[in-house]
Design a protein around this ligand. Structure first.
Ligand code: N01
Length: 535
């Protein structure tokens, strides 16, 4: 093996993370960097998830890059929450504006990464190719929700119609007109897709295993005055995002649910319900995720709203979530989700009561009925956070496989590095706040931390950085201990891997908040990369 690597940095993935990492590595640090991307274009999540109704649940003006004030000043968002095509166009614009494409290999999937302990190099193998490349550092920018759960229902191969997973939607779209459509899954994706498919299809049957708590988005066009105001105040907005607990520029709320009377509480919830979006959770009470009683009040409020919106009592009752505290599964926000069940062409089926037994040529068979369908849409989610990394044959120092190191669940230091895997960085890895935050804020913090780290190593003539098992154990324990103090652990969510049969149950995100996490990462640097060993 050549001791001189072909690249300083190999980056896996050209979504929000990978594109910014390339810009940092190549343009800020002057390194030789290469991105490998499985898709035909940039965009990551926003490249693959083209399902009807796909839209960002965070508002456009802060769900965007902050690193270039020119970019934020020149780009025009059309609405409060941008739809998938607009976000993809934005990311394509970023790729062109910063001339990223020449250093991205598209339709190229990384199959393996093996570390050479002597030379301190990674050899990166590509799928369907004898070619491999070497690099000093590898940055995984593979995303947290990029490996789709396979719809392995018995009989799926016999289905006579077409079926689609929302996370691999055809670029040319799907024509639902005149079709009987079945949609399985009522997470954020299913809740976004339901109203849009219902409006187009002849009939939509929604198969729901677990009802969810959804709050209205209240999407609207971004008028010129609001857009101008945002642009004039961008520095302040970005600073608030950085200083906040979850990367949003929302008000910091100190009050507890018990600090107010029932009437005052309802008034607060009502105001936030009218405002729409994640402010309902962020700007109501500070103890919603820690105190069961406080959470129950929010859950009761939403359940009452559902009862008020859905005309048929039986259908409304089926839509009421009782099995998990509010927002312990990622809380969806919606446009007309509950109203959609008032349409004549929509049927809700409770597959908790009568589970899906098989897919037949003509549709879906549950324990108590058969449903004739022309098209099936699977909104059944992802093998979150660990799936994208474990899909690659990663072998670290001494040939240790990541799959073995993570047999009992993911173990990282800060979600940035794994002990035994030197010179490998994971953007928004398990153990970091990522999926509990406004993603671009978490991504920029990680990418900038990694770039600074590589810069430091280069300036110090160091060729290797890794964390230790002891330090990693402490972090893993800390992540788990603070999660145990919250209500999050009460839900069978993808945060704990519960949605993938056989996956180890570990609470993967760091719940301590983005601000605390950012400060900790900065302190670690100030203390000479505390917890890392360099050589
Ligand atoms: O996936 P999910 P998603 N039989 O795992 C059901 C992000 N996102 O694609 O709860 C029947 O949340 C499953 O039921 P249950 C966001 O972070 C962001 O909706 O396991 N049902 C559930 O209802 C989100 O959290 C945006 O009982 C089955 C659903 O499928 C993440 O993506 C927009 C089943 C899966 O829900 C994933 O959301 C959309 C089975 N065998 C999504 N298997 C933005 O705004 C699964 N289900 C950026």
């Amino acid at each position: 093996m050549a001791a001189t690597p072909q690249y300083d940095v190999v980056i896996i993935g050209a979504g929000f993370s990978g594109m910014y990492m390339l810009h940092q590595a190549r343009d800020m640090l002057g390194l030789k960097a290469r991105v490998f991307e499985a898709g035909q274009g940039v965009g990551g999540t926003w490249y693959w998830n083209r399902y009807p109704g796909a839209r960002c649940d965070s508002e456009s003006y802060y769900y965007s890059y902050s690193f270039s004030s020119e970019l934020e000043q020149e780009w025009k968002w059309s609405s409060r929450y941008p739809g998938q095509p607009e976000i993809l166009t934005y990311l394509e614009h970023v790729a062109d504006r910063f001339n990223l494409r020449p250093d991205i290999s598209f339709e190229t999937t990384v199959a393996s990464m093996h570390f050479d302990d002597e030379a301190n190099l990674w050899t990166v193998g590509l799928e369907d190719s004898d070619e491999s490349v070497t690099a000093r550092f590898v940055v995984s920018a593979v995303g947290c929700l990029s490996v789709r759960n396979t719809p392995n229902f018995p009989g799926i191969e016999s289905f006579a119609g077409d079926w689609y997973h929302t996370g691999a939607w055809p670029h040319e779209g799907v024509d639902f007109s005149g079709k009987r459509v079945g949609l399985i899954g009522t997470g954020s994706t299913g809740i976004q897709a339901t109203p849009v498919i219902a409006a187009e299809a002849d009939h939509l049957t929604v198969f729901q295993r677990t009802p969810n708590f959804s709050v209205p988005a209240r999407n609207e066009p971004l008028d010129a005055a609001t857009a101008a105001d945002i642009k004039a105040n961008y520095a302040d907005i970005r600073a608030r995002c950085k200083a906040s607990e979850n990367g949003f520029p929302f008000k910091t709320i100190e009050r507890l649910s018990a600090d107010v009377t029932d009437a005052e509480r309802d008034e607060i919830f009502e105001e936030l319900w009218k405002l729409g979006g994640f402010r309902f959770i962020a700007e109501s009470f500070s103890d919603l995720m820690a105190d069961q009683e406080a959470n129950d009040k929010a859950a009761d409020f939403i359940r009452n709203k559902i009862r008020g919106m859905v005309h048929d009592r039986e259908v409304a009752e089926k839509l009421l979530p009782f099995d998990h505290p509010y927002a312990t599964k990622r809380p969806p926000i919606d446009t007309d989700y509950y109203d959609t069940y008032n349409r004549d062409n929509v049927t809700l089926i409770d597959v908790r009561a009568a589970p899906i037994e098989a897919i037949m040529p003509s549709g879906v068979k549950t324990a108590d009925a058969e449903y004739e369908l022309d098209v099936l849409v699977f909104a059944i989610g992802f093998d979150a956070m660990t799936g994208p990394l474990l899909n690659i044959d990663i072998r670290g120092a001494g040939g240790t496989r990541l799959a073995d190191a993570w047999e009992a669940g993911p173990r990282t230091y800060l979600g940035l590095q794994v002990a035994g895997f030197p010179n490998l960085f994971t953007v928004t890895g398990p153990g970091s706040p990522s999926v509990l935050t406004n993603m671009p804020v978490a991504i920029e913090q990680h990418v900038e931390w990694i770039a600074d780290c590589i810069k430091h190593l280069n300036a110090s003539n160091l060729t290797r950085i890794e964390t230790t098992e002891e330090v990693q154990e402490e972090w893993v324990k800390h992540v788990s201990d603070i999660a145990d103090e919250t209500l999050y652990v009460k839900a069978n969510s993808w945060y704990v891997g519960a949605n993938v049969p056989g996956k180890s149950r570990v609470f993967m995100p760091y719940v301590g908040g983005m601000k605390v996490y950012r400060d900790r990462c900065d302190e670690i640097v100030a203390n000479g990369y505390e917890g890392f060993v360099t050589a």
